[in-house]
Design a protein around this ligand. Structure first.
Ligand code: BDP
Length: 572
């Protein structure tokens, strides 16, 4: 799936702005032809923090907006693209149903030539963010079924630890492209000595067409005429990696009778990523990940796209010496991914399969959704050099008998869609028999020794964690990433000797944990939980409905631990 772009052959119109909004009066209310009474709402943004009431109202709700097509689009294919709507979206144009999409963090779109009209068009979207046991991620699950659905109920009752923000959370774009033009471009890169090899697959439906490929940058200026498949060899390739995010511009021109008919340009990084024994190799060299699990979360915007926050977060990650992050616990915006390529960050790209449990009638539907998310994610992110690994789940109940088949299926599906990147699953405390570690490539462990277990006792916690990590290493011989470790920390709360929730305790826990894993070369990654404090559901373990494990506050001010991490990571 190509991100829309404007050039001589393609045009796009961003529908961001103030739309009309109202909550549905009932489940079966039908406002698909439009409505008069409404309140204004910003798009993109979650709806929950925009109003003075109804924060926890998860829908359904109705959005509408009016637009007029730009001049000259008549002979083109016209597409409507939603970059992210959480959770369930139903779309009508001029009163006619265009389609539906389930799942909150991946783009979807429709060809709308049969729906648009000259003059004004009315776009109506019904969005439902209500939690349900057979959604992914799930919520409102029967008591006792999983960690978050246990006796400690949170509100809203998400089976995951972040606020279930709803709405049209990323831009809505209309774009026009030449009929039968470029639909898809897939680029993979390999190395032969210092020769970079690009293998390109292009999809289009125009007949009697040819394709001209041009690659420019870092001294290269290569043009090649071919068809849907091509290979470009780049002598003395400037490789992509953290610290040297070398990108080439690949231009793909679809030709008819020697004339350009359609055109698309993309940024390509030449790099390899592989697992060899218990190491992770980037461009053939062992790489160690430093960084964070994050969230797309900011006051008022909720999970809505805020370009300034994206830029700020990369600035802070650079300042602190991070080289990577995991898209915990759902795919991040395409803007975030494009900047990862440009700025040289390594990304573990995760679908929204968090809070998964087994043993009820929802499993088949949850599997279907995870499969759909993987297909959509890989279609969206396959060309990003920054993406070095696919994560198929965060902390599922993966010791359940049903889990093995479930995750084997997802692992195989991932490999069939992209065999160039390792696959991982992120395991949680208390899963003694992780069913997936036999078949995934990288062992990701979320561990809270010194927090949820051995609380307040770092002298006990660190050796226990070391023992467990060594056990996993011996058992599987695969690279290990400590994908979460951390401590809730109220900014400004101090204690000597350090105690839980104080800034000193967070510093000491992170410092001692990192010192321990730094002695183990097979621990190829350390991702602190979390980069920033973030909003979650109300519950007895979440003061102010916040998770305070950030090393930065929610408004991006450093806690003591941020300075400590900067000192530690500067040395590595
Ligand atoms: C882990 C989850 C993460 C939570 C974190 C925590 O993966 O989503 O926010 O614990 O409790 O279990 O802070």
């Amino acid at each position: 799936m190509l991100y829309p772009q404007s050039n001589t052959y393609r045009q796009m119109l961003d529908l961001s702005g103030i739309w009309d909004f109202r909550f549905a009066q009932s489940e079966d209310e039908d406002l698909s032809s439009g409505f008069d009474e409404s309140r204004p709402i910003a798009v993109p943004a979650s709806w929950n923090e925009q109003f003075a009431d109804e924060r926890d109202h998860l829908g359904p709700a109705w959005y509408q907006m009016r637009f007029t097509l730009p001049w000259g689009w008549d002979n083109h294919e016209i597409h409507l693209r939603f970059n992210s709507v959480n959770y369930l979206a139903d779309v009508w144009l001029n009163g006619k149903k265009v389609g539906q999409h389930e799942g909150g963090h991946l783009p979807f779109g429709f060809t709308i030539n049969d729906y648009v009209q000259a003059g004004e068009n009315l776009l109506v979207v019904r969005v439902d963010g209500q939690l349900a046991f057979d959604h992914v991620p799930p919520g409102n699950i029967p008591p006792g079924r999983s960690t978050f659905g246990g006796f400690l109920r949170n509100y809203p009752a998400a089976a995951f630890d972040f606020y279930p923000y709803c709405g049209i959370q990323r831009p809505v774009i209309i774009y026009a492209k030449p009929k039968g033009g470029l639909n898809n471009i897939t680029v993979t890169t390999t190395l032969d000595g210092d020769m970079g090899i690009l293998t390109i697959n292009t999809d289009y439906s125009l007949s009697n067409a040819a394709v001209r490929y041009s690659l420019r940058g870092h001294g290269a200026d290569i043009s090649l005429d071919g068809g849907a498949e091509a290979q470009i060899r780049v002598p003395q390739a400037a490789l992509w990696g953290p610290g040297a995010p070398n990108l080439y511009t690949l231009e793909v021109a679809l030709l008819q009778d020697g004339q350009i008919y359609d055109f698309y340009s993309l940024q390509i990084g030449i790099r390899t990523i592989e697992v060899q024994g218990d190491r992770l190799l980037l461009n053939g060299q062992p790489v160690k990940l430093t960084g964070f699990g994050r969230h797309e979360d900011f006051p008022i915007m909720g999970r809505g796209l805020v370009p300034a926050v994206i830029v700020k977060d990369y600035e802070l990650m650079h300042w602190i010496g991070a080289n990577s992050f995991r898209t915990s616990h759902y795919p991040y915006s395409e803007q975030m991914m494009q900047l990862a390529d440009q700025l040289g960050f390594l990304v573990i790209d995760e679908i929204a399969s968090v809070g998964l449990y087994f043993g009820d009638e929802g499993t088949p539907r949850r599997l279907e959704l995870c499969q759909q998310y993987l297909r959509e994610l890989i279609a969206r992110d396959k060309n990003h050099p920054s993406v070095i690994m696919w994560s198929i789940a965060n902390e599922p109940d993966s010791n359940h008998d049903e889990a093995e088949g479930f995750f084997r299926n997802l692992t195989e599906l991932t490999r069939s869609l992209d065999d160039t990147r390792p696959v991982t699953l992120v395991n949680r405390i208390g899963i003694d028999e992780e069913k997936s570690f036999d078949f995934v490539d990288v062992v990701c462990l979320n561990r809270y020794n010194g927090w949820y277990i051995q609380s307040g006792q770092l002298d006990e916690a660190i050796p226990k964690l070391a023992e467990e990590i060594d056990h996993y290493h011996q058992k599987y011989g695969k690279p290990i990433i400590l994908s979460e470790f951390g401590a809730d920390t109220i900014p400004g709360h101090h204690a000597q000797p350090p105690e839980m929730f104080s800034e000193e305790y967070q510093v000491e826990m992170l410092e001692r944990t990192i010192a321990m894993i730094d002695e183990r070369p097979y621990v190829v990654g350390q991702h602190v939980w979390n980069m920033c404090d973030f909003k979650t559901s109300q519950g007895v373990i979440r003061t102010n409905a916040m998770n305070y494990k950030g090393v930065f506050t929610r408004d991006r001010r450093p806690k003591m631990a941020a300075h400590k991490l900067r000192e530690i990571w500067a040395k590595s």
